[in-house]
Write a protein that binds this ligand. Sequence first.
Ligand SMILES: Cc1cc2nc3c(=O)[nH]c(=O)nc-3n(C[C@H](O)[C@H](O)[C@H](O)COP(=O)(O)OP(=O)(O)OC[C@H]3O[C@@H](n4cnc5c(N)ncnc54)[C@H](O)[C@@H]3O)c2cc1C
Length: 403
Amino acid sequence: MELKKFVDFNQLEVAFRAKTDETLRKRHFIFLAMQWPGLVKIGTELTKIALKFHLPVKTLIKTTIFDLFVGGETLDGCQRSSNELAAFGIGAIFDYSVEGEKSEEGFDDTMNEILRTIERAGEMDFIRFSAFKITGMGHFELLAKIHRGDVLTEDEQAAYDRIFRRVDRICRLAYEKDVSVLIDAEETWIQKPIDEISVKMMQTYNREKALIYYTYQMYCHSMLANLKKMHMAAVEGGYRLGAKLVRGAYMEKERARAEKMGYESPIQPHKEATDRDFDAAACYCVEHINQIGVFSGTHNEDSNYKLTLFMDEMGLQKNDYRVYFGQLYGMSDHISFNMANAGYNVIKYVPYGPLRAVMPYLIRRANENTSVKGQSSRELSLLAAEIKRRKIFKKQLGHQSKF
Ligand SMILES: Cc1cc2nc3c(=O)[nH]c(=O)nc-3n(C[C@H](O)[C@H](O)[C@H](O)COP(=O)(O)OP(=O)(O)OC[C@H]3O[C@@H](n4cnc5c(N)ncnc54)[C@H](O)[C@@H]3O)c2cc1C
């Protein structure tokens, strides 16, 4: 069925208005290279080895894939990217993408960095968001143990209390600065402590409005019911539910683990089921918008269109402060820029961190973009179309100028 459209993602001049010809060509080249799974695989392995042996590959990575998907090495280094977005009415979520911290000192450092991103977001004139992962605040294994319901030692309990205190410091500062916080979702086998902490934060800080957002991975077959249950609990508890909706990024890992360990996979049986539940969740949130704030994190065009449709059906303004559309930096600019141009609240995750530390994030993006069915072929054809459009446009200008 053809959807009624409130925004046209195919307006190329809007989608790429922030990009110079040179940037477009560079992006086109990188997305073209990423079409080859073999190249990405070899490139990934070679990069790992080169970085390990301190070979001089930093400049190459920095001027290519890092430049495409990452805002900078430091928070200050993201200024150019966030200014570029702000110029077109798009917000930025500074996402400190350092993964794999293992020490208490490292967790404190990560917390301090997140606090800085909140301070920075608090200085923004519009769309003030920040995001973080609970695994940046404490040991993955400890979270997995809590999820399983194992008895904790005294030291482990103390470590869990520290995780809670770190998260609370982040959420408290966000509350003071009026900055929304997205708590990212990760593997399902650490989910219970994340649920517990997130709900406590919402109970404390979401009394007036949805400020703290829990992430719902709609590729889990239980997630729609979970959203409704948590909504009911929020209504009973007298606080707003913050719902960040995503499809989910760990599908292969989840399925492989379930198969290996012999339990039922938490993942939907097929993509259509994930799509159906994602859109049903977005619809549910908008239908209960007086009690829910929704952040829709997707590059799926249909899901973005549908949410605009649900908003219209509920009589919401395009820029209603309770509905946000989110994409990742370097991806789907045709959605972000066209939605912002049409008047919706749009915000992009702008990851940052030292090159070596953001490599796992970059590798995930490169792999995600190799799929022929996926993102990169669409990005590629849009980039090619815009390069062609500019050539024709310039040619026409050239002809006109002769007269
Ligand atoms: C702003 C933003 C924030 C994000 N934050 C998080 C986060 O906190 N946690 C997280 O896990 N992910 C997060 N993601 C990533 C997200 O979960 C998706 O992996 C990614 O966005 C691709 O999904 P899509 O909706 O954009 O597009 P689509 O291309 O329409 O969907 C692809 C997704 O569909 C699902 N899928 C694909 N095939 C199947 C199948 N056979 N059966 C069932 N499901 C299938 C998978 O989830 C896959 O990633 C975020 C994405 C964005 C844009």
